[in-house]
Design a protein around this ligand. Structure first.
Ligand code: T1G
Length: 686
C-alpha cells in the first residue's frame, strides 16, 4: 500500500493505520493512499466496517502545516472527508493522543469516533491564524452544539475524551488496546445494521441554537481578538453552520480559509509555530537527571518559579533567610492556588497535592539533595555572588546552579564558584508560574549537557525556551531598553502617555509602555537606573513623588480605588510640560507614525545588533522571546518577522533620518539590518 499507511483485516473489519511520524500530519503522501484505501474498502463487499487508526504517539495532529502557502496537491482533506461520507458501511475513527485540526475533521467525516481515555480533541487552527478548512466549523456544531463549537474553535483549546464524550463528539471512551476496542465497536455497529448517518446529515446539535446568545458570545470573542482576523472568521463560519444549508456553509468556510491562509497574520503565526520548535532545538543530547529542584528566595519571582516547577511535576525545596519570609512566601503560593481553585482551573485535591510538594527551609544544607538550584534573590551582583559562594559548599556534584537575574553578567556570577560549567541563567518572566517564556542564558563555561538539561526541563514544565548569550539585559530586556529609549523624549516633545500607549494597542499589544510600566512598578526601573547611574527625568520624578504605578494608585496614570483602568492625570501632563520647559523643548504635534519609527524601529535595530554579536542564534529566536515574554502581537510574528512585513528598507531609511536629526546611537543602523534591507534575509554574510 504505502510506507505511510497500511490496511489490516480483522475478520470483516478493515483497519486503516496511518503511520507518518512524528505526529501523523495529513501530508500529501498520506492523503493519496488514504483516498485509495477508502475507495477500495468502500467498494469491497467483504468488508463490513472500516476503522481509521494511527501508529505512534498520536492520532492525526492536523493537516501538514509545511504544505501551506504552496499549491495544494489533490486529493485534499475535503475530498477525503466527502468520500468518507459516501461510505454506507460504518466508519469509526480510533483516537489516541491528539486529534487536532484536520485530524479531528477526518474523524468528523466518520460515522463514529471512539477515543482512548487520555486523548485530546480540538481544532487549534486559530492559533495558526486560520480556521478549520476541512469542514470542522460546519460539522462540529452538528454534534456538540453551536455554542460549544464556537468556544472550542475560537479558543483553539483541545478538550479531553471524557468531555468530548459528554458533548457527543465521541461515541465511546476506552482504556487499553484502543484498536481492538474500535474493531469490536465497529463490528457490533455493523451487526446491528444501518443506515449510518454521516455528520453532515445530523443536526441534533443545531436544533436549539440561541442565535442571539451565539452572536453575543462571538462579539465578545471578536473584541478580545485585538485585530486578529482568524477568531472573527471562525465565529462567522460557525454562525453559517447554523443559518446556512450544509453545502453553502462548507463553501463559505472554504472561502474564508483561502483568504486566511494567504494572509500575513497566518504566515506570522505559522512562522512562530516552527520558530518555537526551532528555538528548543540544541545540538547537545546528553542530559543530567533532575528529580528535585531548589529555589532560593520566596518572593514574587521565587514563589512563581517554585510553582512552575511543582506544576510541572517536580518537588521543590524553597529556601528563605528567615521563617517569617518563608511563611510569607508559602502563604502567597497557597493563595495563588486558591485563586485557581476558585476559578475552577484546579481541584481542591490537586491543590493539596501540589502544596505537599513544597519543602520550606532556612538552611542551605537542605539544598544538598537538589539536582537543580535556582536563585531568585535581590538583583545585586554582590548578593548573587554570596549566594553562589554558599551553594558551592552544599550543592551536590553535578547539580545545575541557575540564576534568575534579568540583567547581571552571569559569567561574573559564575566566578564565585569552582564549577562554572554547572552555572546557567534561567530568566523567568513575572508571574513565573504563568508566563510562557524562559530565556536560558548560556554563560561562557556552561557545559553542553547542563544546557541541554534545562532546555528539556523548560519543555517539561510547559515553558517556551530560547537559548541566548550573556550581555546586559540578554535579548528581551536589552531590546526593551532600545524600544523605550525615546519614550521620554517623545513625551517632552509633545506626545502624551495615552497617545503613545494608543499606538501600541492599535498595533496589537495588550498595553503600551507607560501602562506596562505602571503595572510592573516604576520603582523597579528607577532602582535599576540608579544602580547604573542613568536617569529618566519624568519617570524618576514620578518615583520621587511616590508614584510607582498601580501599586501606589498612581504612576503615569491614575488608578482610582485599586482599579486597573488607567486614567490620564493632568498632573503628569503638567509635570511633563514643566520638564520640557526646563529643557527649552517646545511641544509639537507628533504622529503615530513617528512614535512607531522612534520605538519599534530601534527595537528591530537592536535585534539586528544582537544577531551580529551572536547573543541570539537566529532571528526567529528573537521573535519567540518577544511574543512569549513581552506581548508582541502574534499576528505580526515578532519584531524580526514584522521588519520584513514593514519593509526593512523603509526602516533603514527612517533610522538614518532620525540618526541624522538626533545623533543618537539608538538610531545608528546595524550592518545586519542594512543587509536585511538588501537581501531580505537575517542570515549573516558567509
Ligand atoms: N504539520 C507539520 N508538522 C507538524 C505538525 C503539523 N500539523 N504538528 C507538529 N509538527 C512537527 C513539529 O514541527 C515538530 O517538528 C514535530 O512535528 C513534533 O512536534 C485543514 C488547516 C501535536 C500537540 O495546529 O500542536 O489542520 O521540530 O515538537 O510537543 O483544518 O505538535 O521535530 O522538526 O510540537 O509532542 C492543525 C500542531 C494544523 C497542531 C505535539 N494542527 N501540532 O506536540 O511535538 S492546521 C495543529 C501541535 C489544519 C485543517 C487545518 C503539536 C502536538 P520538529 P512538537 P509535541
Amino acid at each position: 500500500m504505502s510506507d505511510f499507511l497500511r490496511i489490516n483485516l480483522d475478520g470483516d473489519v478493515a483497519v486503516i493505520t496511518i503511520d507518518n511520524p512524528p505526529v501523523n500530519a495529513l501530508s500529501f503522501h498520506v492523503r493519496e493512499p488514504l483516498m485509495q484505501a477508502l475507495v477500495g474498502l468502500r467498494d469491497d463487499a467483504s468488508v463490513a466496517a472500516i476503522v481509521i487508526a494511527c501508529a505512534g504517539r498520536t492520532f492525526v495532529a492536523g493537516a501538514d502545516i509545511t504544505e501551506f502557502g504552496k499549491p495544494m496537491q489533490q486529493p485534499d482533506l475535503r475530498a477525503i472527508v466527502e468520500t468518507l461520507e459516501t461510505i454506507a458501511k460504518p466508519t469509526v475513527a480510533a483516537i489516541h493522543g491528539t486529534a487536532l485540526g484536520g485530524g479531528l475533521e477526518l474523524a468528523l467525516g466518520c460515522h463514529f469516533r471512539v477515543a482512548d481515555a487520555g486523548a485530546k480533541l480540538g481544532l487549534p487552527e486559530v492559533k495558526l491564524g486560520l480556521l478549520p478548512g476541512g469542514g470542522g466549523t460546519v460539522r462540529l456544531p452538528r454534534l456538540v452544539g453551536a455554542m460549544k463549537a464556537l468556544k472550542m474553535i475560537v479558543s483553539g483549546a483541545p478538550i479531553g475524551a471524557a468531555e468530548a464524550h459528554g458533548a457527543g463528539l465521541v461515541d465511546a471512551v476506552f482504556e487499553g488496546d484502543l484498536t481492538t476496542h474500535a474493531v469490536n465497536f465497529a463490528r457490533e455497529i455493523a451487526r446491528k445494521g444501518g443506515p449510518f448517518t454521516p455528520v453532515r446529515d445530523r443536526d441534533d446539535g443545531l436544533k436549539e441554537t440561541d442565535l442571539a446568545a451565539l452572536d453575543a458570545e462571538a462579539a465578545d470573542l471578536a473584541r478580545k481578538a485585538r485585530g486578529l482576523e482568524a477568531p472573527v472568521a471562525c465565529a462567522l463560519s460557525v454562525r453559517n453552520a447554523v443559518t446556512l444549508p450544509f453545502d453553502a456553509a462548507l463553501a463559505a468556510e472554504r472561502a474564508l480559509f483561502v483568504k486566511l491562509v494567504g494572509s500575513d497574520q497566518s504566515r506570522a503565526q505559522r512562522h512562530l509555530f516552527f520558530a518555537e520548535r526551532e528555538a528548543a532545538r540544541i545540538s547537545a543530547k546528553d542530559k543530567r537527571r533532575i528529580a528535585r529542584v531548589g529555589v532560593i528566595g520566596a518572593g514574587t519571582m521565587g514563589g512563581g518559579i517554585a510553582m512552575a516547577f511543582v506544576n510541572g511535576g517536580y518537588p521543590v525545596t524553597l529556601l528563605e533567610t528567615s521563617r517569617e519570609a518563608l511563611q510569607r512566601g508559602l502563604a502567597t503560593i497557597d493563595k495563588n492556588y486558591s485563586v485557581s481553585v476558585t476559578r475552577g482551573s484546579l481541584s481542591e485535591d490537586a491543590k493539596r497535592q501540589r502544596l505537599a510538594q513544597f519543602k520550606g527551609s532556612t538552611d542551605y544544607a537542605d539544598l544538598a539533595d537538589c539536582d537543580l538550584i535556582v536563585e531568585a534573590v535581590f538583583e545585586d551582583m554582590a548578593v548573587k555572588k554570596e549566594v553562589f559562594g554558599k551553594l558551592e559548599a552544599v550543592a551536590k556534584p553535578g547539580a545545575i546552579l541557575a540564576t534568575n537575574t534579568s540583567y547581571l553578567d552571569i559569567n561574573e556570577i559564575a566566578t564565585s564558584t569552582s564549577r562554572p560549567q554547572d552555572v546557567v541563567g534561567l530568566h523567568f518572566f513575572s508571574p513565573a508560574n504563568v508566563m510562557k517564556l524562559l530565556e536560558i542564558v548560556r554563560a561562557q563555561r556552561t557545559a553542553p549537557d547542563a544546557l541541554a538539561t534545562v532546555v528539556d526541563l523548560a519543555r517539561r514544565i510547559g515553558k517556551v525556551a530560547v537559548v541566548v548569550g550573556v550581555c546586559h539585559g540578554f535579548v528581551g530586556n536589552r531590546m526593551l531598553a532600545a524600544r523605550g529609549s525615546e519614550s521620554e523624549a517623545l513625551l517632552l516633545e509633545g506626545a502624551t502617555p495615552r497617545q503613545i500607549d494608543q499606538v501600541f494597542t492599535d498595533f496589537g499589544w495588550p498595553m503600551g509602555p507607560f501602562q506596562m510600566g505602571d503595572l510592573a512598578g516604576l520603582d523597579i526601573g528607577w532602582r535599576n537606573r540608579k544602580a547604573r547611574g542613568l536617569t529618566a527625568v519624568i519617570a524618576d520624578t514620578l518615583c520621587e513623588q511616590g508614584r510607582f504605578g498601580q501599586k501606589t494608585g498612581k504612576g503615569f496614570y491614575l488608578y482610582d480605588n485599586g482599579s486597573r483602568t488607567p486614567v490620564p492625570d493632568p498632573k503628569v501632563e503638567a509635570l511633563i510640560r514643566a520638564k520640557a520647559d526646563e529643557k527649552g523643548i517646545a511641544p509639537r504635534a507628533i504622529s503615530a507614525e513617528e512614535i512607531t519609527e522612534r520605538t519599534l524601529y530601534p527595537l528591530i535595530n537592536e535585534g539586528a545588533k544582537i544577531l551580529e554579536e551572536g547573543i541570539a542564534a537566529r532571528a526567529s529566536d528573537i521573535d519567540v522571546v518577544w511574543v512569549n515574554g513581552y506581548g508582541f502581537p502574534v499576528g505580526k510574528g515578532g519584531p524580526m518577522f514584522w521588519a520584513d512585513l514593514e519593509g526593512a528598507a523603509r526602516i533603514v531609511e527612517r533610522l538614518e533620518y532620525w540618526h541624522q536629526r538626533t545623533g543618537k546611537d539608538v538610531f545608528r543602523v546595524a550592518p545586519l539590518l542594512r543587509r536585511m534591507a538588501e537581501t531580505g534575509s537575517w542570515e549573516a554574510e558567509g
